[in-house]
Design a protein around this ligand. Structure first.
Ligand code: ZN
Length: 328
């Protein structure tokens, strides 16, 4: 069998490393517990450089062999993207587990385990994974050291954008790198990868639009797992919070007090909310807006005023019905 032969040609230590990076899980479908094999991305079994290898299950491997209208369903470039993304996720989760596990057991990170993992990445010269590892365990100095080394080695545009995103320094990404990568992802119609990139660049509004475009495309293609996966990723990202921040800025520019209040509530920024109410105290009293008056009373800790307003709101509801406008 072709696949068996390929696998045997990968030296054992390289195979072990590749399997470790991907946690013995197919980097495309990411379904745990499926039998996997080591795939030669450029189809040259004589090459066993770690960068030419990816862990795939048998079904996903088959997808790399199928040729569609113009190209195969899963080309080399896509496999590399899936693999790099998956390896990063594993590195992050491993380090996060380490931090949590350490907290539970002895109140600190298990140094020995952490060092072992870092050593494996270092031996494999996987400086991007090392940076992720140190970022996740909160060592920013070592994170930045390995990001510098990784970038010196001229990694892919995608990796540069990812690593600068990890540092929250999108300003350090050369403009042409962003341009090239944006064009490439657009050409592939890879909206979800483009969404992640834009999110790393702080272009939140465009990122949100791309997430939905990608999720919708997945649903249309009946790729339910992908749709669910990216919805989960979106809900766990900072994107929603960032959109409320954008909304807040917009309302500040428009001078709309009520929607500034609503954005601050959704963000959970209560000290900013109280400051805003205080600042606009006169305006609120003059406007007679019951909802704003209610919040102002709460913010001032004025219980009797708050009770008065409750009575007024109740009266108002009775007299005007549910659809009634709020007027004095
Ligand atoms: Zn798979």
């Amino acid at each position: 069998m072709r696949t068996k032969k390929n696998r045997e040609q990968v030296p054992k230590d390289v195979a072990a490393r590749v399997l470790f990076y991907s946690d013995r899980t197919c980097c495309v479908c990411r379904v745990r517990g499926k039998p996997v094999q080591i795939h030669h991305i450029d189809e040259d079994p004589s090459k066993s450089d770690i960068r030419d290898l990816a862990v795939l299950c048998f079904e996903c491997h088959r997808e790399t062999q199928i040729r569609g209208g113009f190209d195969r369903k899963l080309d080399a470039e896509q496999v590399i993207l899936y693999r790099d993304d998956w390896n990063r996720l594993i590195a992050r989760n491993r380090a996060a587990e380490e931090v949590e596990g350490g907290r539970e057991s002895h109140g600190s990170i298990d140094v020995e385990y952490s060092t072992t993992i870092a050593e494996i990445y270092r031996e494999g010269q996987h400086y991007d994974l090392l940076s992720i590892h140190y970022n996740a365990i909160g060592n920013k100095e070592l994170r930045d050291k390995y990001i510098a080394i990784a970038i010196e080695r001229k990694p892919s545009d995608d990796t540069i954008i990812f690593l600068r995103g990890l540092q929250s320094r999108p300003d350090l990404i050369p403009k042409e790198v962003i341009k090239r990568e944006y064009k490439r992802k657009t050409g592939q119609k890879n909206w979800l990868q483009r969404a992640r990139m834009l999110s790393n660049l702080g272009r939140h509004r465009e990122a949100a639009a791309d997430y939905f475009r990608g999720i919708k495309a997945s649903l249309n293609k009946n790729e339910i797992f992908s749709a669910a996966y990216y919805l989960k990723e979106l809900s766990q990202s900072h994107l929603i919070e960032e959109l409320f921040v954008l909304a807040l800025k917009q309302e500040q520019a428009d001078g709309d007090l009520w929607w500034q209040v609503r954005s601050l509530q959704e963000l959970g920024w209560y000290s900013e909310l109280n400051a805003l109410l205080k600042q606009n105290e006169n305006y609120i009293r003059e406007s007679g807006d019951l909802h704003l008056l209610e919040l102002l009373a709460l913010s001032n800790g004025d219980h009797s005023a708050w009770l008065e307003i409750q009575k007024e709101i109740a009266m108002h509801d009775v007299s005007s019905g549910e659809d009634g406008e709020i007027t004095q």
